[in-house]
Design a protein around this ligand. Structure first.
Ligand code: VG1
Ligand code: CO
Length: 545
């Protein structure tokens, strides 16, 4: 049946951003809200008619309700077949791999990623296209435009009776529905990339101890199957493995702040040899060793420098890429190895053109995201397996590998400071004022820091020539330090100013200090440059990761 879509514009204040639609659950529960968004996608990506659609989510509150609506709308919009993860589960990377594997024309991933879940938390919907990657800028613009003009949506009169817990073939009003194990195809791909025998050897007899925290989000079943069952990590190595609708009340974000209890396990004597955690939808990763959390920029650099040790990358890398605010540690590795190195705006979709063109093999973001050409999304467990594989081959403790890396390339101290600014208008004002002051900054000094140059980052895609402006403000110091300012695009309340601080340190004698100590002066300078206290009253970051 066709239902008039009397207006609730799904996007309202949110432009379709880096990761689809993300809003408080209550917003999604408003009548016709979800329907209008789904219909805008069906109308804009017409390939879905007569073909296959992949569906899965991170298991958060409203996942099942959303899938029931989606199945009814898919059938009414002429989709031939839906492939759905059992219990409505699919991690973002698993969905990204499954879409091309089943020759689907696209997939809906129901997640608000690392945002908290539950009735008072957030929900979200991402749409990925047939290569498994996120909708392009052009498509998201088209979906947005369609959502403004929509006057009807299609849905079957019959409710969905599909049993999400039963594997195999079912149907809904003539549309085929197949419920698949969410893990098996993903795990099979991992087996082609990594040396499972070698990792099994490392983990056998429990001499090498690892811990993985799924934070009660989607990676639990994946980690149990791959780390415990296939690789033989001791039972219980994977903790918080059961996906819960509210993630157990926590914030499913693998960073030293939100996962601080987990990080504490790695302090002091008796720490496990290796640790990792992932986020709500499984695309992020945090890597830990005894007494150390590996900064995401370092992680990318170490993976690039050691890629030849891992079967899937043994033939070398085509190139590497990092998002602009990510530390420049990988640039140094790329220079030594003679590899092309790309700097893209924040958001995984900017890597996809480079990956499709075969120009890069590894990519990473400072927000605990890393992946490779095997997928078109970042992939949390993939990064964990990569580290485990190289630990098995190198046979050295993780902190030693890191120290040797720094000794060779220098250390890039890095932290991100987030300032929560409740009034989004104020936040915009900070950025505007800062933007206007850029031309005056070059050549000036703030405290002991001499500023060499400052600019607003513009990216020109080398493949399709598209230009993305205003992707963050950069301030470079004379001694190889950098501060980047940008506004978060994934929050659902107020605004978050992200301040990324980075300092290169060639002197190994200084590598042992804490990043926070090494970056204290730069942090102070950043506050002064942005006139943060004057404009917002904020004296210190709300959160540091
Ligand atoms: C954040 C991260 C960014 C990441 C995005 C989506 O965006 O900084 O690097 O690509 O989240 O990640 P922002 O605009 O809030 O800084 V995920 O795991 O939430 O899909
Ligand atoms: Co995520």
């Amino acid at each position: 049946m066709s239902v008039p879509a009397v207006h609730t514009h799904p996007f309202d204040d949110q432009r379709p951003g880096t990761a689809g639609l993300r809003k408080p659950v209550a917003r999604f529960q408003e009548p016709r809200y979800l329907e209008n968004f789904f219909q805008s996608v069906f109308d804009s990506w017409t390939k879905l008619k007569g073909s296959t659609l992949v569906i899965g989510g991170d298991g958060r509150y409203f996942n099942r309700e959303a899938i029931a609506v989606l199945l009814r709308m898919a059938a009414a919009n002429g989709v031939k077949k839906c492939v759905v993860g059992r219990d409505g589960l699919l991690s973002t990377p698993a969905a990204s791999l499954l879409i091309p594997a089943v020759q689907a024309s696209g997939g809906f991933i129901l997640t608000a990623s690392h945002n908290p879940g539950g009735p008072d938390g957030d929900f979200g919907v991402k749409f990925n296209v047939d290569n498994g990657g996120q909708a392009s800028e052009t498509l998201t613009e088209a979906i947005y435009a369609r959502s403004r003009a929509l006057d009807r949506y299609y849905i079957t009169t019959e409710e969905s009776r599909v049993d999400l817990s039963r594997l195999g073939a079912q149907q809904h009003v003539g549309m085929a529905v197949e419920i698949v194990d969410p893990v098996s195809q993903y795990a099979a791909v991992m087996e082609t990339l990594f040396d499972f025998a070698r990792m099994r050897d490392l983990l056998k007899n429990g001499q090498f101890r690892m811990r993985f925290d799924a934070l009660h989000a989607v990676t639990g079943p994946y980690a149990r199957e791959i780390l415990e069952r296939r690789l033989g990590a001791a039972a219980g190595s994977v903790q918080n493995a059961k996906p819960l609708p509210d993630f157990g009340g926590g914030h499913p974000d693998p960073n030293p702040h939100d996962a601080r209890e987990f990080v504490r396990l790695f302090e002091g004597n008796g720490a496990p040899d290796f640790g990792a955690a992932s986020d709500g939808d499984g695309d992020r990763n945090m890597i830990l060793g005894p007494g150390v959390v590996v900064s995401p920029g370092d992680s990318l650099a170490v993976l690039a420098a050691n890629a030849h040790l891992v079967p899937g990358y043994g033939r070398g890398l085509a190139g590497v890429a990092r998002s602009m605010p990510t530390s420049r540690a990988v640039d140094r590795v790329a220079k030594t190895l003679g590899l092309p190195c790309h700097e893209t705006p924040t958001g995984w979709r900017f890597f996809c053109n480079l990956l499709d063109a075969g120009q890069v093999t590894l990519c990473g973001e400072e927000s605990f995201g890393t992946s490779s050409a095997h997928a078109r999304e970042k992939d949390g467990l993939w990064a964990v397996l990569f580290w485990l594989n190289l630990l098995a081959v190198r046979g050295e403790p993780l902190p030693v590998i890191l120290k040797k890396h720094w000794a060779e390339y220098g250390r890039d101290f890095f932290i991100r400071e987030d300032y929560e600014i409740p009034d989004a208008g104020k936040a915009a004002e900070v950025m505007r004022a800062l933007g206007n002051s850029l031309p005056r900054l070059a050549g000036s000094s703030v405290g002991d820091i001499r500023i060499e140059r400052a600019d607003s980052f513009t990216y020109t895609d080398p493949i399709d020539g598209s230009v993305s402006k205003n992707q963050g403000l950069r301030v470079f110091s004379a001694n190889d330090g950098r501060v980047v300012f940008r506004l978060s695009g994934t929050g659902t309340r107020g605004a978050t100013l992200r301040v990324y601080l980075e300092q290169h340190e060639p002197d190994a004698a200084k590598h042992g200090q804490a990043a926070k100590t090494a970056l204290a002066d730069l942090s102070e300078a950043a506050r002064r440059i942005a006139k943060l206290e004057e404009l917002t009253g904020l004296k210190a970051p709300s959160q540091t990761t």
